[in-house]
Design a protein around this ligand. Structure first.
Ligand code: NI
Length: 173
């Protein structure tokens, strides 16, 4: 168990398409622990294996309690998601603020599917199949994008809504 360095945008390892997990043994358990430790140390809402340089389809997200980086966001259950498959439900999209531990100090308005189904496995290889919406759906899309080599600025359509957190939110308490 360890807090690992988080790769920042510009590192070519963040552009890879991650490999599927086939071995649900101790190495995966160790990776998941490192992801949890690293996410907690950074107060992240989620973290994907490529962000610590591991080329595997593993993401963790949620906390079960309010996140200090997103204090007004709904609570998302703590989840380990391996080999995810996302299926948007309906055509509705929502635009809202996102940040990323690999893009520190910045926030941007990102369009995402409002509702989706996600499937995959947990850290023990047991199936996960959930239908979610809103912030939970946004977090899943953001984290799973990391497995496709995609960072949130690449999903943005209006770059006037992209900037430094301390400037964008300077009038907020
Ligand atoms: Ni991210």
């Amino acid at each position: 168990m360890a807090v690992r360095p988080i790769l920042k945008m510009g590192d070519p390892r963040l552009w890879r398409v991650a490999q599927p997990v086939t071995d649900f043994g101790p190495a995966l358990a160790s990776l998941v622990q490192d992801l949890h430790d690293t996410m907690a140390a950074a107060s992240g809402a989620g973290l994907a294996a490529p962000q610590i340089g591991v080329d595997l389809q593993v993401v963790v997200f949620g906390s079960g309690q309010p996140n200090p980086r997103y204090p007004d966001a709904p609570v998302v259950p703590p989840t380990v998601l391996v080999n995810p498959v996302l299926t948007p439900l309906g055509d509705a999209q929502q635009i809202d603020w996102e940040g990323c531990l690999s893009v520190p100090g910045l926030r941007g308005q990102v369009p995402r599917w409002q509702r989706l189904r996600y499937q995959g496995q947990d850290a023990q290889g047991q199936p996960i199949d959930r239908t979610v919406e809103g912030f939970h759906a946004r977090v899943v899309q953001h984290e799973c994008d990391h497995l496709l080599g995609t960072l949130y600025p690449m999903r943005m359509s209006d770059f006037t809504q992209f900037g430094f957190t301390e400037v964008l939110f300077q009038n907020l308490a």
